[in-house]
Design a protein around this ligand. Structure first.
Ligand code: 13P
Ligand code: SF4
Length: 370
């Protein structure tokens, strides 16, 4: 076990090679015992996710966070996931993100002040009142706690990629229109799947006057999509689908719904990270897949499913890496765990109580929707 002096400085850890962390992480985990739950998102690297007590997509990990028994929840994922875990955790539980720089570029594309401005515009345009009678705001999990609270307070909900269709149906049962943020692609793919034509979905650009949306189109629109995207999933293009099909006849193409609509239209299957894993698990031996999602998960699928005689390759071999997920290293994990052993909760994620209340309402609604 490291000395107290080593525990204090992350720099002492960052110079050490990955493999030297394994025994130390294992020892710290053992020492913390049932006080500790480690949650790992599927995009985490192998050297980190192997220590997760639970791995999953955003939905599954929120369920685990809401049920976690220990005092400490260490979230190997990105900031919005740890924030959500803190909101769902019981009083007294401590949520930790091993590297505070592990953000999400998509979540950064919607700021609460921009969302408030957009909403004021919608109220002025007469399509809703402030309470949300007219438009239900739905935010993707990949957003700040403040935006989750904004939605909760106005009769809205949070969703993940695994229950977005359910959340849309829930919203449409209440109001004729939805505001979906911040991922235009997930919103468009979900609306289209539910039978909404593309011309009934408009894109709200927070950097343009009135969102850049013509008032007549706004009146007719059923879904208002925020102009945000995932820079990792945007890199998958329709020609990548054509290329793998030409090269490997019979290959199954499956993609995450953060991919563009044109890519999703060409794919054989669309699913959250957990959903993509399920599709491969359920396929017969001998099936080959090209997967459109983050490269660490695709590589792990390739290794794990080889034993079942299933081949998994990436849809775009120029390497779609989520650099912020990658920030969580074994060194960061070891540092936070050894600090916990010493009684120091470093990198705690604490959502303000006033934000927590309505964000929790929106997250609880999400957990009701499959
Ligand atoms: P999942 O909920 O499908 O795991 O997606 C999270 C995410 O950030 C995908 O980019
Ligand atoms: Fe955010 Fe995209 Fe990374 Fe997911 S893959 S955490 S949406 S940047």
């Amino acid at each position: 076990m490291a000395t107290a002096a080593q525990v204090c400085s992350l720099d002492n850890y960052l110079v050490l090679p990955d493999h030297t962390m394994d025994d130390r992480i294992a020892a710290a985990r053992q020492e913390l015992g049932r006080e500790l739950v480690i949650l790992g998102h599927h995009y985490q690297r192998d050297e980190v996710i192997r220590f997760a007590d639970f791995r999953g997509d955003s939905y599954k990990l929120s369920q685990e966070a809401a049920q976690a028994g220990g005092k400490y929840i260490v979230f190997c994922g990105v900031h919005f996931m740890a924030e959500s875990a803190d909101i769902l955790a019981r009083p007294g539980q401590v949520t930790i993100l091993p590297d505070l720089n592990a953000g999400c570029s998509m979540a950064d594309m919607a700021e609460i002040t921009q969302v408030e401005d957009c909403w004021e515009n919608l109220v002025r345009a007469g399509v809703t009142n402030d309470e949300g009678d007219g438009v239900t705001p739905i935010t993707y999990m990949n957003s700040t706690a403040a935006i989750k609270a904004f939605c909760g307070e106005r009769g809205g909900v949070v969703c993940t990629s695994s229950n977005a269709a359910g959340a849309f149906q829930w919203g449409f049962a209440k109001t004729p229109k939805l505001l979906f943020l911040p991922d235009q692609h997930l919103g468009r793919n979900t609306g289209y799947k539910l039978g909404i034509p593309l011309n009934e979905m408009v894109v709200w650009d927070p950097y343009m006057l009135n969102g850049g949306v013509d008032p007549e189109r706004l009146k007719k629109a059923r879904v208002i999509l925020w102009k945000g995207h995932c820079s990792v999933h945007q890199r998958f293009l329709p020609e990548h689908v054509d290329n793998v099909r030409a090269k490997y006849p019979g290959i199954r193409v499956i993609v995450h719904p953060e991919c563009r609509w044109e890519v999703c239209q060409k794919a054989d299957g669309i699913g959250s990270t957990e959903g993509l894993l399920k599709m491969i698990r359920q396929a017969p031996a001998g099936t080959m897949f090209a997967v459109g999602t983050e490269i660490h998960l695709v590589n792990r699928m390739g290794k794990e499913f080889a034993a079942e005689d299933k081949k998994v390759i990436t849809l775009n071999d120029s390497g779609c890496l989520c650099t912020t997920m990658f920030r969580i290293s074994p060194q960061h994990l070891c540092w936070v765990l050894e600090n916990l052993v010493e009684g120091n909760a470093v990198n705690q994620i604490k959502v303000r109580d006033d934000v927590k209340h309505w964000a929790r309402v929106a997250l609880d609604r999400m957990l009701e929707i499959q």
